[in-house]
Design a protein around this ligand. Structure first.
Ligand code: FES
Length: 646
C-alpha cells in the first residue's frame, strides 16, 4: 500500500494489496478444465454416435467454448500455476476449444493488448470491437470477435516473433484445410454442429467478458484503471457462477494474476479502498452506481438479506478505512487516526476502553492486531496508539511503513473494559497501566472525567523511562481530578522506581476505590487483581499459552451461527479450538489475538457446554450467561450450539 504524489497533482492512491497469490496449482481452474473436457466428450458422443438433437449438442458446444475460454484466460494471465510450463500447458490444451485455428501465444498477445489499451479504439484495444457500432450489430460483433482478432494480428504479424507467428500461420492453414476437407465429406453436418456451438460460445464470452464489463465507460486504462472496467454487483449467488466470476471483472483488470474464483473475496477485502478510488460499479441489471450510492445500496440489500438474528446482531465486521494520519507519539510509538465515511459512522461508534482490530497483508501473510481507541467518546475519533514491539510484525509495519492515505482493514469496535457512567455520580476510580496498557485506560480516564464532573481518578503508570512514556503530556493536562503516579523502572532519581507491585499500588492509592482498571501483562494484572479489593476490571496483553486438561474427550457436533447462517462440523474435545475449527471450515468468525485476551471471538453457547483454556476478556456475568471465547473453547458435550451474533 503506497501513496505517491506528483508535484501540483492530485494525490493518487496506490493499488490495494489484494492479498491473493498465484497458487502452486489453481484446483478450481484445473477442475473446470477436466469438467469441461468431460462435457466436450459427451458432446462428441452425442453428435457422432448418440444421435442427440442439435438443440442439446449445440448448447453443449457453446458451454464448452465459454468454459474453456475461462481456463485459457487464466493461463493467459499466468493465474493457474506458479510453474510456467504447467500454466502454459493449460493454455495450449484449452485454446483449441475456443478458437481452433489460432494458437495460445497469439491469443495471449492479443489479450494482453486489450489489458494494456482497455477502452482505446479497436485498432489498439482488440476487444473494443465488441462495443463499437450500432446496437443491432452487437450480437454479430460478439460472435465474430475471433475474426477481428485475426485481422488485428495480421496487421502486426511482421512485428511478432517468428516463434509465435510461424506456428500460428501453420495452425491456421492446417485447421482451415481440415475443416474445408471435412465439409466435402459426409461429416459436414457434424462439423457444422460443432462450429455453430463454438460460435455461440464465442458470442457469449465476448458479451460477458468484454461488452458488459467495459461498454459505455469512456476512461481508458491509462486515464483511470478504476473507471475503465466495472464490477457488476447484486445477484452474486447466481450471477457469479454463471459469469465464472466475470461480474467482478474490474478486480481482474486491477489484479490480472488473481485466480478467477478469488475475485469476489479480493473485492470484499479492499472494498472501501476501491470505493475510495471511484471504482466503476453497476447493478446486475445495468444501473450505474457511484461509490456513495453503492454503499447505500449494499447496506439496503444486505439488510434485506439479513435474517432477523443478524439484523439485530452486534458482531464486529471489517471495513477498509483510510488512514488520516500517522504521527509519532514517543521515539517508539505512533498515533494512527482513521477516516470513517459518514455511512459507516454508526458501525464505528465506540465506548471508552473499546478496541479495534487492524488487519493487513504483510509479506503475503494476513496479520491482525487489536489496539485500544485512545480518543474520548465525546470526540468520536477513531484513533489508536501503536507501540513498537521488538520483532513485532504489525507494530514495525505501522511505525515504519504506514502513512496517511493508506487503506487498512479495521474491525468495528469491541470490548467491555469500562463501567457505566452517571453524570450525577461522585466516584473514586483508580487504574494501573503498564507501558502501552495506558491505551486502554486513557479513554476511560478522559471520558469519565468529562461525564462525571464530581468523580476523580488515580493512575499508577509503569514505564521504563519518562521518554518512553506514552501520553505523558496529555495525562498531565487533564487537571487536578486526575492524579498520576509514574513508576519508572530505569530512570535514576524517579519518585517511584522498580516494578509495580500490589504493595506499591496500595501505598499510592490508599483511599477506597469504586472501580479499578488494570491493563498490562498477564502476570501483573493477575497478581494485582487478586490483591485489590472491590470491583476490578482487567485487560491483558501478551497472554501465555494455556491448556486445560479435560477429563472428558467427546466427538461433538458443533453448530455455529454466524450472520444468521448455521454451519455444523465435528470436533473432538481434545482437538482444535472452536475458532480454529470454524476457520478450517471456511467460515469467517471474528477474532484478533487468538490468545484469550481481546474478547473479539466471543460467542454465546445456546446448547451444550464448552470449556475454555483461559479467559482474560469475559467477566463473570458474561461467562454466567453462556459466553465463551471461541479461540480458547473446546466442546465437552456431544452437541454444542453457539451463536456469534448473540
Ligand atoms: S481472539 Fe482475542 S480473545 Fe479470542
Amino acid at each position: 500500500m503506497t501513496v505517491s504524489t506528483a508535484p501540483g497533482q492530485q494525490r493518487v492512491l496506490g493499488l490495494p494489496d489484494p492479498g491473493e497469490k498465484v497458487p502452486g496449482l489453481a484446483g478450481p481452474t484445473a477442475a473446470l478444465y477436466v469438467g469441461t473436457l468431460a462435457l466436450f466428450v459427451a458432446e462428441v458422443y452425442g453428435v457422432l454416435a448418440g444421435g442427440w438433437t442439435p438443440w442439446l449438442t449445440i448448447p453443449m458446444g457453446a458451454a464448452v467454448t465459454f468454459l474453456m475460454f475461462s481456463v485459457l484466460h487464466e493461463a493467459t494471465h499466468h493465474a493457474i500455476s506458479t510453474d510456467t510450463r504447467l500454466n502454459n500447458l493449460f493454455g495450449h490444451l484449452s485454446q483449441p476449444f475456443v478458437a481452433t485455428y489460432t494458437t495460445f501465444p497469439m491469443i495471449k498477445f492479443i489479450h494482453i493488448e486489450h489489458h494494456r489499451n482497455t477502452n482505446e479504439p479497436k485498432s489498439v484495444d482488440p476487444d473494443s470491437w465488441t462495443s463499437e457500432g450500432p446496437w443491432w450489430q452487437l450480437p454479430f460483433r460478439w460472435m465474430s470477435i475471433d475474426l477481428w482478432y485475426l485481422v488485428f494480428y495480421l496487421r502486426r504479424i511482421f512485428e511478432r516473433p517468428k516463434s509465435e507467428s510461424v506456428p500460428t500461420v501453420l495452425a491456421f492453414a492446417t485447421v482451415m484445410g481440415t475443416f474445408g476437407w471435412l465439409f466435402t465429406t459426409s461429416y459436414a453436418g457434424e462439423l457444422a454442429t460443432f462450429l455453430i456451438g463454438q460460435r455461440i460460445g464465442l458470442g457469449i464470452l465476448a458479451w460477458w467478458f468484454d461488452y458488459l464489463p467495459h461498454h459505455g465507460l469512456t476512461a481508458t486504462q491509462r486515464d483511470d484503471k478504476y473507471q475503465a472496467t466495472r464490477v457488476r454487483v447484486g445477484g452474486e449467488a447466481w450471477l457469479t457462477p454463471l459469469f465464472v466470476y466475470q461480474n467482478y471483472h474490474l478486480i481482474h483488470h486491477l489484479h490480472p494474476s488473481i485466480p478467477f474464483y478469488r475475485y469476489v473475496r479480493a473485492w470484499r477485502r479492499n472494498e472501501q479502498a476501491y470505493l475510495d478510488r471511484n471504482a466503476a460499479i453497476s447493478t446486475w441489471f445495468g444501473r450505474s452506481l457511484t461509490p456513495s450510492e453503492y454503499r447505500t445500496w449494499r447496506r439496503i440489500t444486505e439488510d434485506l438479506r439479513a435474517t432477523p438474528d443478524r439484523a439485530g446482531a452486534q458482531r464486529p465486521l471489517f471495513h477498509a478505512l483510510r488512514v488520516r494520519s500517522v504521527a509519532p507519539l514517543t521515539s517508539e510509538s505512533s498515533v494512527v487516526t482513521f477516516d470513517v465515511p459518514a455511512d459507516l459512522a454508526h458501525e464505528y461508534r465506540y465506548v471508552q476502553g473499546q478496541h479495534i482490530t487492524l488487519r493487513a497483508i504483510i509479506d503475503g501473510e494476513e496479520v491482525r492486531r487489536s489496539y485500544s481507541i485512545t480518543a474520548p467518546v465525546s470526540e468520536g475519533t477513531l484513533r489508536v496508539a501503536v507501540k513498537q514491539i521488538e520483532g513485532g510484525r504489525f507494530s514495525t509495519y505501522v511505525n515504519n511503513q504506514l502513512q496517511a492515505g493508506d487503506i487498512l482493514d479495521v474491525m468495528s469496535p469491541t470490548g467491555r473494559f469500562h463501567t457505566a457512567l452517571e453524570p450525577a455520580a461522585k466516584r473514586t476510580y483508580a487504574a494501573v497501566a503498564a507501558g502501552s496498557g495506558i491505551t486502554a485506560i486513557l479513554s476511560n480516564i478522559t471520558t469519565t472525567l468529562e461525564t462525571e464532573p464530581e468523580s476523580s481518578f488515580t493512575l499508577v503508570y509503569g514505564n521504563r523511562t519518562s521518554d518512553s512514556t506514552m501520553f505523558w503530556a496529555e495525562l498531565h493536562e487533564l487537571g487536578d481530578r486526575l492524579t498520576v503516579h509514574h513508576v519508572l523502572s530505569r530512570e535514576p532519581g524517579a519518585a517511584h522506581s522498580g516494578r509495580i507491585t500490589a504493595d506499591l499500588v496500595r501505598e499510592l492509592v490508599p483511599q477506597d476505590v469504586d472501580a479499578w482498571f488494570l491493563c498490562g501483562p498477564q502476570q501483573l494484572v493477575e497478581s494485582l487483581s487478586a490483591a485489590l479489593p472491590g470491583r476490578v476490571l482487567t485487560e491483558v496483553f501478551h497472554t501465555e499459552q494455556a491448556h486445560v486438561d479435560l477429563a472428558i474427550d467427546v466427538e461433538s457436533q458443533v453448530t455455529v451461527a454466524l450472520d444468521g447462517v448455521e454451519s455444523t462440523f465435528e470436533l473432538r474435545s481434545s482437538g482444535d479450538t472452536i475458532l480454529d475449527a470454524a476457520l478450517q471450515q471456511g467460515l469467517e468468525p471474528p477474532y484478533s489475538c487468538a490468545g484469550g485476551a481481546c474478547g473479539t471471538c466471543r460467542a454465546k453457547v445456546l446448547l451444550g457446554k464448552a470449556v475454555m483454556d483461559q479467559n482474560h476478556a469475559l467477566d463473570n456475568d458474561e461467562v454466567a450467561t453462556g459466553y465463551v471465547l471461541t479461540c480458547q473453547a473446546h466442546p465437552v458435550t456431544e452437541e454444542l450450539r453457539l451463536d456469534y451474533d448473540a
